[in-house]
Structure formats: structure tokens, C-alpha cells
Design a protein around this ligand. Structure first.
Ligand SMILES: Nc1ncnc2c1ncn2[C@@H]1O[C@H](COP(=O)(O)OP(=O)(O)O)[C@@H](O)[C@H]1O
Ligand SMILES: [Mg+2]
Length: 248
């Protein structure tokens, strides 16, 4: 990578262990500003671990994480994190969940209503999580992730618990909001179609220990045709790469 275009997020892992288990080894991950990058690999190969240490949520590893050149040694607002489950607080309203970063005082914050409108939940401020479908709850989680105005959003299999129709809508929403807010995205997914449809690059991880095996560029114009031939060819390429590392 040319030094005139340094990575926005630069993750260099020499090694990560859980007890005797060597989970990640000699792995570098660089995200340029505005990129959408997917991470795929076998279950247990270390994707969530890599995401957590990229967010500064786990510092027990050898290596460094830099955001815009600065070494990250704790979680920062510039990096948002979205989990597979929405993880909303059941006793808080939708608005309180979105503005959770500011505590209860954030409830009436001016950014809440426009963010809810943006994720397709205009008027849901006073609703409680139990009144929402799984897809709506994940939309709230996305709004909460955007509330802190992060530069980078890390998502760990965010759509794997919702039905296929909802997933398609949420995938489109993610790309839209990332573009609109100029957010750089790192997405862990086990869905090959999702990876090639959404990403500028797909990174394939091999297991035991986790290392980067392939970095596949997806240089197709957007919006992309989900069932078009170019995407099918890339799906096959990612499939082959996963096969090569015995992930399938
Ligand atoms: N907190 C932990 N303590 C011990 N082992 C862990 C912990 N978290 C993950 N692991 C192990 O590290 C490996 C990678 O896990 P993970 O990053 O969750 O994989 P993935 O997200 O790719 O499925 C797995 O073998 C898992 O069992
Ligand atoms: Mg995982």
C-alpha cells in the first residue's frame, strides 16, 4: 500500500492465543477509507476474535491496531461494532437504545429521529424492543451504531439471524448508510453471496491458526445485480478459495 494512502484501519497481528490455542498468526488487515470489506472463513477460524481486537475490545494479543496512524489501546467512538443479535436493552425505548452512548439524557437528541427514519423506523422512538421484529431490532442496532458517528463499522454476522427477505433489505440498507455517512466497513459473514454483493474486497481466512489466505477484489459497479453473471463468477472464486483452505 502506497504511503501516500495509508490505511484508515491497520491491524497487524503477530499472534493471538487463547490459552494453548494459537488462534491468529502473522495476519495483516488494512482498510482504506470508504472501503467495504468482508471476512469469510470456516467456523472457529478466528473471525470474531480478529474483529474484537480490531475494535480495541481485546488487547491480549501480540501486534498493533492503528486507526488513522494512531495506535489504538482501548475502544474508541470512531469504531462502531454491531453483533449478530441486536443486543438492545429491553427496558429502554427504541430512542433510548439508539442514543445509549449518552445515557438517559440522550433520549431526545436531535440525531435520533433522522437516524430512525434513515433505517426505516420513523416514528418508532417510544416503542420497546419486545414490540419489534428481529429485522426491526437489527435496524435499531444499526441506528445505535451510527449514532456515535463512527468512521469504521465492524459487523459480526449481523444478518444471519433474520429471514432471507429481511436480510436482502438490511444488506441494501447497510451499503446505503455506509456510503451516505462515508463509513468504512468490515463485515464478517458466512454468506458468500452477501460477501461479494456488498464488498469491495473479500478476505478469505484459513484456520488453525487463522491467517489471511486470499484477498479477492470485487470491482463491479454499484448497484449490483444480485443474480448477474459477474457476481456468480466471483461467488465461484470465493467458493474455491474457501475450498482451498478446507473451510467447506
Ligand atoms: N474467550 C475465548 N476463550 C477461549 N477460546 C476462545 C474464546 N473465544 C474464541 N475462542 C476460540 O478461538 C477460536 C476462534 O474463535 P472465533 O474468533 O469466535 O471464530 P469464528 O468467529 O471464526 O467462528 C475458536 O477455536 C474458539 O473456540
Ligand atoms: Mg464468529
Amino acid at each position: 500500500m502506497a504511503s501516500s494512502h495509508p490505511a484508515l484501519l491497520d491491524v497487524r497481528v503477530r499472534a493471538k492465543h487463547f490459552g494453548p490455542r494459537h488462534v491468529l498468526d502473522a495476519l495483516q488487515l488494512q482498510l482504506r477509507a470508504g472501503e467495504i470489506v468482508s471476512l469469510v472463513g470456516a467456523s472457529g477460524c478466528g473471525k470474531s476474535t480478529l474483529l474484537r481486537l480490531s475494535a480495541g475490545l481485546d488487547r491480549d494479543f501480540r501486534g498493533t491496531v492503528r486507526l488513522d496512524g494512531r495506535v489504538l489501546d482501548e475502544p474508541v467512538r470512531d469504531i462502531g461494532f454491531i453483533f449478530q443479535e441486536p443486543r438492545l436493552f429491553p427496558w429502554c425505548t427504541v430512542a433510548e437504545n439508539v442514543s445509549f452512548d449518552l445515557g438517559r439524557g440522550g433520549r431526545g437528541h436531535a440525531r435520533v429521529a433522522p437516524l430512525l427514519a434513515e433505517v426505516g423506523l420513523a416514528g418508532y422512538e417510544a416503542a420497546l424492543p419486545k414490540q419489534l421484529s428481529g429485522g426491526q431490532a437489527q435496524r435499531v442496532a444499526l441506528a445505535r451504531g451510527l449514532f456515535t458517528q463512527p468512521r469504521v463499522l465492524l459487523l459480526d454476522e449481523p444478518f444471519s439471524a433474520v429471514d432471507a427477505f429481511t436480510r436482502i433489505k438490511l444488506q441494501e440498507l447497510l451499503v446505503d448508510v455506509a456510503r451516505r455517512h462515508g463509513i468504512t466497513v468490515l463485515l464478517v459473514t458466512h454468506d458468500i453471496e452477501e460477501a461479494v454483493l456488498l464488498s469491495d474486497r473479500v478476505l478469505v481466512l484459513e484456520a488453525q491458526p487463522g491467517r489471511l489466505s486470499e484477498d479477492i477484489a470485487v470491482s463491479l459497479p454499484r448497484p449490483r445485480e444480485r443474480n448477474g453473471a459477474p457476481l456468480a463468477a466471483l461467488r465461484a472464486q470465493v467458493f474455491d478459495a474457501l475450498h482451498a483452505v478446507q473451510a467447506l
